[in-house]
Ligand binder design. Structure first.
Ligand code: ATP
Length: 368
């Protein structure tokens, strides 16, 4: 399990898994940079856990390979792989205290200086002084830290985390997200974290891969995925987005011209995933501003007219829904730090945006 040589990148090459007739992981090609914090994000059932289990060696791939640096580790038994997994269920030994839970792997490998290594790990996860407690005497968050210490003490080259914060309440989960990020930076290992929570993935990971139906739809930094999604699925899985169905009708300089809802909009060609034809024009809610009747539109904005159908005050922002003349509802978030008065339900407004804040996605015929 231990390996002190540099690990190199983790690479999945054409990795597939079928269960009977169902292909649940479909020719996955993926590189996780050494020392990176990588999140595999997707809805329930998309194949995240199966992928993780194939990296750990707990599930045999139907096809493809798992490589670590130059080494093909596909044929190795789980305990021979320089990989450890932390599960949502923690899987601690209930009859052993915290110290012995963490020491377990070291004792099995007859490592010397167990006490010192265990204490160093307990300090890393901020559990000094808890060594003699049993798991039942700890909170969920503390149990999760023990599970983490137990995995890290073996010095794996890659740590796999399968929804490790899923059982914690929201506040603790937020705290542990930052904690995990701190620990990852401190130990410098490659972390592969599986989650269905987009906020969690974006908070922690430097690279996020969005998985859908056994395939990766897009991978990149959280900002790349959010600001310029590759597909409608990514756009709507990572936060809220407004997608207007339109057609590319031409080009003007560096902009594509899009006709949607009887109006013409410009979108920089560099912000387009499509070269022509049917598209979705997308704008994130916080990039939209509402211009009340009689107010001047800020220079350089374009927009559509509508009527406010819902107003929600959520502390940092006010979230509006605006129904357009075409029956589509657009979400617009306005920060509450400004001085602008809140607009009421029923107010006629123009929903405006700057061309460079929009993006274009290819639209399948009949989709939207
Ligand atoms: P969740 O977030 O709910 O854990 P997931 O993205 O991790 O979902 P997987 O657990 O990888 O998804 O499951 C992917 C698909 O494979 C699911 O449809 C699941 O029912 C199926 N599946 C998983 N393990 C097996 C198995 N051993 N035999 C048959 N089907 C399986």
């Amino acid at each position: 399990m231990t390996n002190d040589q540099p690990a190199g990148d983790l690479r999945l090459a054409e990795l597939s898994k079928r269960f009977g007739p169902a292909t649940v992981v479909d020719r996955l090609d993926l590189t996780v940079g050494q020392g990176g914090f990588f999140a595999l994000l997707g809805p329930s059932g998309c194949g995240k856990t199966t992928t993780l289990r194939m990296i750990a060696g707990l599930e045999e791939p139907t096809a493809g390979r798992v490589l670590l640096g130059d080494r093909d580790i596909s044929g190795l038994r789980p305990y021979r792989r320089p990989v450890n997994t932390v599960f949502q269920s923690y899987a601690l030994f209930p009859h052993l205290d915290v110290f012995e839970n963490v020491a377990f792997g070291l004792r099995r490998r007859k490592v010397r200086e167990v006490a010192e290594q265990v204490r160093r790990m307990l300090a890393l996860v901020q559990l000094d002084g808890y060594d003699r407690r049993r798991p039942a005497e700890l909170s969920g968050g503390q149990q999760q830290r023990v599970a983490l210490a137990r995995a890290l003490v073996n010095h794996p080259q890659v740590l796999l985390l399968d929804e490790p914060l899923g059982a914690l309440d929201l506040k603790l989960r937020r705290q542990m997200q930052l904690e995990l990020k701190r620990i990852q930076t401190e130990v410098g290992l490659t972390f592969v974290h599986v989650t269905h929570d987009q906020e969690e993935a974006m908070t922690m990971a430097d690279t996020v891969a969005v998985m859908n139906g056994g395939r990766i739809e897009q991978s990149g930094t959280p900002a790349e995925l959010y600001e310029f999604p590759a597909t409608a699925f990514v756009a709507s899985f990572l936060g809220q987005s407004n997608l207007l169905a339109g057609e590319v009708t031409g080009r003007h300089g560096a902009d594509l011209l899009v006709e949607a809802y009887g109006s013409r909009f410009s979108v920089p060609a560099a912000r387009s995933r499509a070269t022509g034809g049917a598209v979705h024009l997308g704008v994130r809610p916080e990039k939209l501003h509402l211009i009340a009747e009689g107010e001047q539109s800020p220079a350089g904005t374009q927009g559509v007219a509508g009527v406010i159908s819902d107003v929600s005050y959520v502390g940092v922002s006010t979230q509006y829904l605006v129904r357009t003349g075409w029956g589509t509802e657009l979400a617009a978030f306005a920060a509450n730090s400004g001085t602008a008065a809140r607009l009421p339900v029923g107010a006629a407004v123009t929903v405006g945006w700057r061309p460079e804040h929009a993006f274009l996605l290819a639209r399948e015929p009949g989709d939207g």
